[in-house]
Design a protein. Structure first.
Length: 392
């Protein structure tokens, strides 16, 4: 980039910080505006697939995150009784996808991405709105209260209920409720020994994953009306719904405190956007393509967005062309996975479980094939010279 130009990123989550870091590496002057009073992340932990880790390689932190990342052992899919429906081997998965699937606390990634930015680049307690998306002749404009910025690029990374998205595409219906709610917790569980797993019941699922630092990341989901909350506390609701499931679920619930449990209804963009940009303003992450978490690709796709945006900017039409087809396809598959994971009919669930178990025995790698196109993604480097520029 011949001259230094300004980018304003609205939103200081993983996607926004990754975009700011990627743009900063390309020579942009970057300001991140985050409405929350701090960058303390909402959520417990996240998974990074090989595609997301390759995107972090562009930022120069992929190997560091791999080293910091949590447990990478074997695991699989189980029934509430404890029966294994399918087993996965970490080494085989890494060989197939060109790298590991790893888990780490969300705060670790947020802190590392923020550290890539110059001092003062992130402004918290700064709720921003888009005044003008800009065009070929005029810059975009963003305001926080009475203060206003002009920028050659504005990035809307402000989440599933994005105000920037609504300003760009006011006719779009916005986020819709998926029909299910989720709980997450990250707790210490000394001495626990178990294989990482996800468990599917009737209209409910549970996941338990031991991390390298001795903590355990657990999550649950169930079909529920939107806005519903437990009459006593969410931990009590988890114990009611999952307390009789196989080991180590009862142990995790016994060790947790009410304040450890986070509950959020899940919303997604059921209707894809027509584009991920307008004028000089681009959208990424949940603002562009919020999806159910069943494929574990939310953070991964946001980081992919970030490095592709930095690679393409200021050609935002090329960014849309690169990202919209891929993310739309992954979002659609996430919806399909949610329907399968949370199927409620007794006969349907018995058939689902038996088919998975039979397929896993007949062709052990069969269930991994559907993930090939997701995990095999690599950053778009048109030349060795640009690859060097990213990795300096």
């Amino acid at each position: 980039m011949a001259e230094r130009t300004r980018a304003v990123v609205v939103g200081g989550g993983i996607g926004g910080l990754a975009a700011a870091a990627a743009l900063h590496r390309r020579g942009w002057e970057v300001t991140v505006l985050e409405r929350a009073p701090s960058l303390e992340p909402v959520g417990a932990a996240l998974s990074l697939a090989p595609n997301g880790l390759r995107a972090l390689d562009v930022l120069g932190v992929g190997d560091e995150i791999r080293d910091l990342a949590a447990w990478q052992g074997d695991g699989g899919l189980r029934a509430p009784s404890g029966r294994w429906l399918s087993r996965s081997d970490a080494e085989a998965m890494a060989a197939r996808f060109g790298g590991p699937l790893v888990l780490l606390p969300r705060a670790t990634l947020v802190d590392r991405l923020a550290a890539l930015l110059p001092s003062g680049a992130v402004r918290t307690a700064a709720p921003a709105h888009l005044v003008d998306p800009g065009d070929g002749k005029t810059p975009a404009r963003v305001a926080v209260g009475e203060e206003e910025w002009e920028a050659e690029l504005v990035v809307g990374a402000d989440g599933v209920n994005s105000r920037v998205r609504h300003a760009l595409f006011p006719a779009h219906p916005g986020a819709e409720y998926t029909g299910f709610t989720t709980w997450r917790l990250l707790i210490p569980l000394p001495g626990a020994e178990f294989a990482s797993h996800e468990t599917w019941g009737r209209g409910r699922l549970w996941g338990t994953h031991p991390l390298k630092d001795g903590r355990v990341y657990a999550y649950a989901a169930t079909a529920a009306p939107p806005g519903q909350h437990a009459p006593d506390d969410e931990l009590g609701e988890l114990r009611r719904q999952f307390g009789t499931w196989h080991h180590p679920v009862p142990d995790v619930l016994a060790a947790a405190r009410p304040e450890d449990v986070l509950r959020h209804d899940v919303y997604h963009l059921a209707r894809p956007l027509p584009a991920y940009h307008l004028g000089r303003t681009a959208l990424l992450g949940d603002a562009a393509h919020a999806m159910p978490p069943m494929l574990g690709q939310g953070a991964n796709q946001a980081i992919e967005d970030a490095v592709v945006l930095a690679h393409r900017a200021p050609d935002l039409a090329a960014y849309t062309a690169d990202r919209l087809p891929r993310t739309t396809g992954i979002a659609r598959r996430s919806v399909q996975a949610a329907r399968l994971n949370l199927a409620d009919g007794r006969v349907v669930c018995v058939l689902r479980d038996n088919l998975i178990a039979a397929a896993s025995k007949a062709v052990p790698a069969l269930l991994l094939r559907g993930f090939d196109a997701v995990a095999s993604w690599r950053p778009p480097y048109p030349s060795a010279e640009e690859h060097t520029e990213y990795r300096h």
